[in-house]
Design a protein around this ligand. Structure first.
Ligand code: HEC
Length: 127
């Protein structure tokens, strides 16, 4: 019994360490971005369908103070991603801290950084 408990504890600690140490992978994120089954999507659309090459994703997406999507205020980009998974993809929100989300975010950061920060100028005025 003791041994079993010890093994369970070790497994839990290892799982915790692994999830903390997870390094987001933009290549995996790209595959998810192009996948119509992300979040169990049902409409046959993927992020790529509407946001090809970062279209519609503001260059300042990751620096904005206030995030709104489809008229709803959101606390972070992960929540915005889940709105697009639930609505246009017809899927179910994915874990905002999960590996898939981290991969997606890593890919989206690369996408928006290519567009420059054109929309962020105003925010820094008067700083
Ligand atoms: C059917 C088209 C469509 C699909 C598919 C789609 N989106 Fe969107 N997305 C939109 C539209 C339209 C907006 C702008 C909504 C608004 O007016 O606020 C948007 C906005 C966003 C934003 C906010 C951009 C910004 O700069 O404010 C993010 C982030 C985003 N989408 C991520 C995704 C991700 C990730 C996927 C795939 C899971 C996805 N979208 C799939 C249409 C789509």
């Amino acid at each position: 019994m003791k041994e079993k408990m010890f093994m369970l504890a070790t497994a839990l600690v290892m799982a915790g360490t692994l999830s903390l140490a997870y390094a987001a992978d933009a290549d995996k994120g790209k595959a998810l971005f192009e996948s119509p089954t992300l979040g169990g999507g049902t409409t046959g659309k993927s992020c790529q369908t509407c946001h090809d090459g970062g279209k519609g994703l503001g260059g300042d997406l990751f620096d904005r103070e206030k995030l709104t999507i489809m008229g709803m205020e959101k606390n972070n980009v992960e929540e915005m991603v889940n709105v697009c998974i639930e609505k246009p993809l017809g899927g179910t929100a994915i874990d905002p801290q999960g590996e898939e989300m981290q991969d997606l975010i890593a890919y989206m950061k690369a996408l928006v950084s290519k567009q420059g920060k054109k929309e962020s100028k105003k925010k820094y005025e008067g700083c």
